[in-house]
Ligand binder design. Structure first.
Ligand SMILES: C[S@@+](CC[C@H](N)C(=O)[O-])C[C@H]1O[C@@H](n2cnc3c(N)ncnc32)[C@H](O)[C@@H]1O
Ligand code: SF4
Length: 411
């Protein structure tokens, strides 16, 4: 049984915090020169043998067919898929340019993870999708042991996509399900049936792509504890190996389309927590293991083994069974992480194309991690991947002193 958190402690720390896909989070980055970024890549590769420099690639495909009102992702709504070939050309060119700009790091790199996210990677027509993944594999000589994953919007998925993914060796797929409750799906302008989800799952499994994740979101309009439990029960039939349950991030000043959700009413904090608990209970009743913050997996999934052995890690792309030395982003707005610094690609799609055409792949910004940043980052990772951390005596003293200051200033 899970230990329950004392209500007073819960109330004390019940404050909005960022979703730590990185520490510091992007809005807190202080800027980074291109020289500092390239020096940090050298630090990442220094002193390692060829086999040891493990590389993850993240490819951002920003395009989607239509806008879901709840969405907080970096996306670009386009119906015109004739943009796809030029976009894939630029991605492959970006990979070539980056490999030439950082020869020391690339010659030692072994590609371990390739993740296509978005937006919606299945916005790309199947032939372009396989040209992209095949092209990446060809351009990286050490890619024999790569684990390839892709985010799929069930509404833009065709059987030809399943064939294309199988032909280029995709291992894992993450489906944006969000909810199975139809009134909620209507309220967020996401017209997607359970049958559509089931068709995608069946098509992938028939082609051997059986490591499947479902994304759900809690805190959306018209969700109740019983609709969440009902949504959880659909898992019993479809049984993906992983489940992510994201807290709805309502940021209307940044994402104005989200205002539309307010007319249905959004749950306040206690109700939102109850929605999460309802789905969590339903998921756990079906045998899923809570492997980290808001993430669950079936006992046979490798994330559960990684949790047990202590190698579980979380990066910009989500939970992974092991840490890699270098994470490189391709595509507009994508992020990279050398372990010593973060860097961000050009965000605007047209400017990104222009820069690639000029042979410029320098970051537009980033952040050099100080020693303290790295320590804080490790503590957050420990909590997210191991549910505990070990603090030094000095760190305990710092916490005690800050508690005393808080009590004094509120007295
Ligand atoms: C890039 S999308 C997944 C792929 C595809 N675009 C789709 O929607 O199916 C990544 C995930 O982010 C989550 N997400 C998007 N907006 C969110 C928000 N405002 N709050 C919490 N999670 C959100 C959704 O669960 C979504 O599946
Ligand atoms: S939720 Fe997915 S499909 Fe919908 S707009 Fe956002 S990125 Fe696009």
């Amino acid at each position: 049984m899970k230990p329950s958190v004392p209500p007073l402690l819960l109330a004390k720390y019940d404050r909005p915090v960022p979703r730590y896909t990185s520490y510091p989070t992007v809005p807190a980055w202080t800027g980074l020169t291109k020289d500092a970024w390239y020096r940090s890549l050298e630090s990442a590769s220094a002193g390692r043998s060829e086999a040891e420099l493990a590389l993850s690639l993240y490819v951002h495909i920003p395009y989607c067919h239509s806008l879901c009102a709840f969405c907080a992702c970096t996306r670009d709504i386009r119906r015109d898929r004739s943009l796809a070939p030029r976009f894939v050309d630029s991605l492959l060119r970006e990979l070539e340019l980056k490999s030439r700009t950082w020869p020391a790091a690339w010659s030692r790199a072994r590609l371990r993870e390739l993740h296509l996210g978005g937006g919606t990677p299945t916005w790309l027509p199947p032939a372009e999708l396989s040209r992209l993944i095949g092209g990446i594999r060809e351009r990286l000589p050490n890619a024999d042991q790569v684990d390839i994953s892709i985010e799929i919007d069930p509404r833009s998925f065709r059987l030809e996509h399943a064939d294309a993914l199988q032909s280029v060796g995709v291992h894992r797929a993450s489906l944006g399900v969000q909810d199975f409750h139809v009134p909620t799906l209507r309220a967020i302008k996401r017209y997607q049936s359970r049958d559509q989800v089931e068709l995608v799952v069946d098509a992938l499994r028939a082609r051997g792509i059986d490591r499947i994740n479902f994304d759900f979101v809690f805190g959306l309009p018209l969700q109740t504890e019983s609709t969440m439990a009902e949504t959880g029960r659909h898992l019993a039939q479809l049984r993906p190996s992983r489940v992510a349950v994201y807290s709805y991030a309502h940021l209307p000043s940044l994402k104005p389309a989200q205002r539309d959700l307010e007319r249905h009413g959004l749950p306040e904090a206690a109700k939102k927590r109850a929605l999460y608990e309802s789905l969590r209970e339903s998921v756990e009743t079906q045998g899923y293991v809570e492997i980290g913050m808001d993430h669950f997996a079936l006992p046979e999934d490798e994330l559960v083994a990684a949790l047990t052995t202590g190698t579980l890690h979380r990066n910009f792309m989500g939970y992974t069974p092991r840490r890699t030395d270098l994470l490189v982003g391709l595509g507009p707005s994508s992020l990279s992480d050398s372990g010593f610094a973060f860097a961000q690609n050009e965000k605007d799609v047209e400017r990104w194309h222009d820069r690639i055409e000029r042979g410029d792949v320098d970051p537009i910004g980033g952040h050099a991690l100080s020693r303290e940043d790295r320590r804080r980052r490790q503590i957050i990772l420990d909590l997210m991947c191991r549910f505990s951390t070990r603090l030094s005596d000095d760190e305990w003293t710092q916490i005690a002193l800050s508690e005393i200051t808080t009590v004094k200033s509120s007295a």
